[in-house]
Design a binder for this molecule. Structure first.
Ligand SMILES: [Zn+2]
Length: 469
């Protein structure tokens, strides 16, 4: 059989049962493995010594790398991620003055129109206070400005933007002691301002931002992302620009559209009652097979994991949130109180009860970087909720496939599965996952096609990568 045989010293996800199953962690690793890729699928998995007898057109010895099923980031915002690179990147800014410097630099870099900035977090400023709308206006040379806080739930904009967006009279428009708007918007006012600001960006800008985010994901070993669109997050236009070109994108994108126009979604108890009723009507197995998912399963009551398991609900989790906001005096504790903070992000509880889970970054809230998420799950601030490395890896590979009901076709290195693969240098199972956060994937393959990696890999010539490390 013709095809490409990839030989790796270490492979994970190639054997046994997933950690989620009764086998418990036998999913990997295996050593010295050859994987034959043919017509977009994994055609055979064999010991490296047998690579020559697989009949491949080409055998590529990747050397000392770890071959993995490609990562899935099960909750991202591609456009915001790309815009974070394109516009003013406000991450790490520690004062109002630094915010203004970065806005001024972004305004200088770009030709005209609205200046978009992303990632500020005023809770980390040593001395509190955000710039005034007038200071923002001056820094951008009079151009409209919209800055998104790191979580996307608060914005800071020039008054012109707020006026044009109809945000000045909306709920959530912050005002100072003198009654004048401070430029800070939350809730409805933020949704309006954000929607208006995105409306100012051209189709070309949105597409370029999406492409930039996908290229970044491919470099990180990601083969599939779940795009979480919604009218208050991006826009229908933005979502359709992405969904309209699914077949031509380098990675697999699963689109989810979330809108709050269903009143019952706003009432969590009512939603749970609906779920209970649905379970009774269609039966537990049929309901669980739908993989209804709850996103951001952070703050669960003491019986929350049991109830999710009972209802057959799946969980979208973001371990990097714990890394960013967990721990003593973290944002969770300061905003929600220490009692609630002590029960946040109960990954191990959910896992032990067999709740299907997929890991994600919610990029650009936290970096689009699966190793960062894996490391955060392994090093959870609350030791009893830590996941072992194999489980954490499964969260960011097979987990996303389970959420999207794709686990029968992809997510493991097994014959018949789609060739969605990645590799990282060295033995990734033998080191702390945080060490891989700054390391690019050796290659990323989606359905047998290379989305990232050295040109030689994609060329139809004999080539050996022995000696990567
Ligand atoms: Zn999100």
């Amino acid at each position: 059989m013709p095809g490409l045989a990839l030989v790796a010293r270490t492979a994970w996800g190639a054997g046994g049962e997933p950690a989620h199953g009764a086998g418990g962690g036998a999913f990997g690793p295996r050593h010295d493995l050859a994987v034959l890729v043919h017509e977009g699928r994994i055609a055979a998995v064999a010991p490296a010594a047998a690579a020559g007898s697989l009949g491949a057109d080409r055998v590529v010895d990747l050397g000392d790398v770890t071959l993995l099923p490609g990562f899935v980031d099960a909750h991202v915002h591609l456009t915001a991620t790309g815009l974070g690179v394109h516009g003013a990147n406000l991450r790490g800014a520690r004062s109002a003055a630094q915010l203004l410097e970065r806005v001024a630099a972004a305004a200088e870099r770009s030709a005209g129109g609205l200046v978009w900035g992303d990632g500020y977090d005023e809770t980390t400023f040593p001395s509190p206070g955000l710039p005034t709308p007038a200071a923002l206006d001056a820094a951008a040379g009079g151009r409209p400005v919209y800055l998104s806080r790191v979580d996307g739930h608060q914005g800071l904009a020039t008054l012109q933007v707020l006026a044009e967006a109809g945000a000045l009279a909306a709920v959530g428009c912050d005002r100072g002691p003198d009654g004048a708007p401070t430029g800070v918007v939350r809730d409805d006012a933020n949704h309006r301002a954000r929607r208006h600001a995105i409306g100012q960006l051209s189709n070309a800008t949105l597409v370029a931002a999406q492409d930039q985010a996908l290229a970044l994901a491919a470099r990180r070993g990601v083969v599939c992302v779940h795009e979480m669109g919604g009218p208050d997050i991006s826009s229908r236009r933005d979502f359709e620009l992405l969904i309209g070109r699914l077949d031509t994108l380098p990675l697999q994108v699963v689109g989810y559209w979330g809108a709050f126009d269903l009143d019952y979604v706003l009432d969590r108890k009512q939603a749970l009652r609906c779920a209970r009723r649905a379970v009774r009507v269609v039966g537990h197995t049929a309901f669980a097979a739908c993989r209804h998912r709850i996103e951001h399963v952070e703050l669960l009551g003491s019986d929350g994991a049991d109830r999710m398991a009972e209802l057959g609900l799946a969980a979208g989790v973001q371990p990097a949130f714990d890394a960013a906001w967990g721990g003593p005096n973290g944002m969770y504790e300061r905003r929600l109180g220490s009692r609630r903070a002590k029960s946040m992000n109960p990954f191990a509880d959910l896992w032990r009860r067999g709740v299907p889970m997929g890991g994600s970054s919610d990029s650009n809230v936290t970096p689009l970087n699966p190793w960062h998420g894996v490391a955060a799950a392994v090093h959870h601030h609350r030791a009893p909720q830590r996941l072992g490395l194999p489980v954490a890896l499964e969260l960011f590979t097979l987990g996303g496939r389970v959420l999207a009901r794709q686990e029968r076709t992809t997510g493991r290195i097994q014959p018949g599965q789609r060739a969605d693969l990645t590799a990282f240098p060295g033995d990734a199972l033998a080191i702390d996952p945080s060490k891989l956060e700054q390391v690019d994937a050796v290659f990323t393959m989606v359905g047998g096609r290379f989305a990232h990696g050295p040109e030689e890999l994609a060329m139809d010539v004999a080539f050996s990568f022995g000696g990567w490390t």
